[in-house]
Design a protein around this ligand. Structure first.
Ligand code: UT7
Length: 333
């Protein structure tokens, strides 16, 4: 066990449902237009999981690809952390279901609930387990079936979200100066009124009334959330750079949570990172909650192979809670 070791992302995987829901289709479902959706959010289409398939279906497939890429056997995994707000069921955790279906015979695991900041919170949690020397192989999965909690009669929310999963294998970095260098994470429960699900939890269990009142869906006051997201996402991003003696010029890629292209642009502008160095896939996948950041990492690392050893990446997220955070990574290889 080495006390000063850093954790790094060794491998990535993802799962995208095949079904595409386009803005044109949404035009036929609610009073909206492709023009409104694209200009206000940047979204063109989103993926939707077939009914009857739960979160673990996607998380398992992302995990398998991640391990296959690293040529790591599921039996080597120490722990599985799944960031999600849409588990298969309240209990057991989706992590338990994935552990079983993956055949990760020695792993323990749990679900982590932090809304759209879920992957960022889960990645730093995994990094702490690895840095402490306690564990060497932790699987972090951001997976959400947002279509299972979206009201497709509510134009305020139904255009925004999609389904997907992304997985990362976190291991000790071969050199201590590389990997997950630093992070800042925050939460503020005063955000509850503006982004939540009204019923289905212990405060207001499901009844015929709650179902009739459509209280089992995402409720969001978008304008309120927008204002805080712009300010706080930018401020943690700026803070993590500043305290490591870096500026936007040193960053190869900003990897922001994909909730709204306007929030992303405002954040990038504040930290002086030009849009060519900001990873965007909201147009293709919309807001997949805990999956947006691993999907972005997959785009630049697996698909485009644009990152090289020593590059600095900054991950930044904001979500329900409110929760928010940023992570600074010096890429290993
Ligand atoms: O990921 C978790 C954290 N979440 C976020 O970060 C989301 C933050 N919020 C947002 O991204 C934006 O607030 C939204 C995209 C949700 C909404 O954009 P906006 O520019 O803030 O619009 P708005 O809510 O202020 O609504 C403007 C108008 C309203 O009409 P009136 O009251 O001005 O007549 C809405 O009813 O746009 C209307 N509207 C729509 N019109 C066409 C709302 N949704 C739609 C729609 N199509 N889908």
């Amino acid at each position: 066990m080495k006390a000063n070791r850093k954790a790094y992302i060794r491998s990535l995987g993802r799962f995208l449902p095949e079904r595409r829901l386009t803005n044109k289709e949404l035009e036929r479902m609610v009073e909206t237009t492709d023009e409104w959706i694209v200009s206000r959010t940047g979204i063109k289409e989103r993926r939707i999981l077939d009914p009857g398939l739960g979160n673990s279906y996607m998380a398992l497939r992302a995990a398998r690809e991640c391990l296959e890429r690293a040529e790591v056997s599921p039996t080597e995994i120490d722990a599985i952390i799944i960031a999600t707000v849409t588990p298969d069921m309240f209990f057991p955790s989706t992590a338990c279901l994935v552990q079983r279906d993956l055949g990760a015979s020695k792993a323990w695991g749990f679900d982590l609930s932090a809304g759209c900041s879920g992957f960022v919170f889960a990645l730093t949690t995994a990094a702490q387990f690895v840095e402490s020397g306690r564990y060497s192989k932790v699987l972090v999965i951001g997976s959400d079936v947002m279509s299972s909690i979206i009201d497709y009669t509510d134009r305020n929310t139904c255009v925004l979200f999609g389904d997907a999963a992304g997985a990362a294998l976190v291991e000790p970095c071969p050199e201590p100066d590389y990997g997950i260098i630093d992070f800042i994470q925050r939460c503020d429960g005063s955000g509850e009124p503006y982004l939540h699900m009204k019923a289905g939890g212990s405060r207001k269990p499901a009844t015929i009334e709650t179902v009739k009142n459509r209280e089992h869906f995402v409720y969001q006051e978008g304008r309120q959330v927008f204002k805080v997201a712009v300010t706080e996402m930018a401020s943690v991003t700026e803070a993590v750079l500043q305290r490591n003696g870096l500026t936007g010029d040193d960053i190869t890629f900003l990897i922001p949570h994909q909730a709204n292209l306007r929030i992303i642009k405002a954040c990038a502008d504040r930290v002086n990172i030009p849009m060519e160095r900001v990873v965007i896939n909201i147009d293709r996948f919309a807001n997949t909650t805990a999956a947006t950041i691993p999907l972005c990492l997959y785009d630049i690392l697996v698909e485009d192979k644009k990152v090289k050893k020593g590059d600095y990446l900054v991950l930044s997220a904001f979500g329900a809670g409110y929760t928010w955070g940023s992570i600074l990574i010096k890429w290993w290889e």
